[in-house]
Design a protein around this ligand. Structure first.
Ligand SMILES: [Zn+2]
Ligand SMILES: [Zn+2]
Length: 134
């Protein structure tokens, strides 16, 4: 994690934006803005929710983080900005990153069905995580 910190310091961001980016990169979860705020406050007690919120949008626009939303509940923020897929637990909300290569038939079918010229497809699996399915 030391290297990640050094990388962040080299970006020339304000202390607040660095803190927000650090929280997201050091987390294994996909945090909501509220959760980012809770963690950021521990590192930088003077930070306000509005600043966290603005920093999240700045960092997203600058391409350092990705915002994901599953249509229900709050958006979450992701340190992984390249294309990837997610599995989400319908009981506890646990979110796992995955990278799945879709067979070309699936992509072709989706393109034909939607009549879209497809740039990317993201897959979201919903179900019970190992803990919840026990
Ligand atoms: Zn679960
Ligand atoms: Zn993700």
């Amino acid at each position: 994690m030391k290297d990640a910190l050094k990388d962040i310091e080299g970006l020339g961001l304000t202390a607040q934006r660095q803190t927000v980016l650090r929280v997201i990169r050091e987390s294994d979860e996909h945090l909501t803005a509220n959760e980012v705020f809770e963690d950021a406050r521990r590192l930088l007690p003077s930070i306000s929710f509005a600043t966290v919120y603005n920093s999240l949008h700045y960092l997203k626009d600058a391409g350092y983080i990705a915002e994901i939303s599953f249509g229900n509940g709050a958006s979450r923020f992701d340190a992984l900005t390249s294309r990837h897929d997610h599995a989400i637990c319908t009981k506890c909300g646990k979110l796992v990153d995955m990278e799945i290569d879709l067979p070309p038939e699936v992509v072709n079918f989706a393109a034909e069905f939607s009549k879209f010229k497809i740039d990317s497809i993201e897959l979201t699996l919903r179900g019970l995580c190992p803990k919840c399915s026990k």
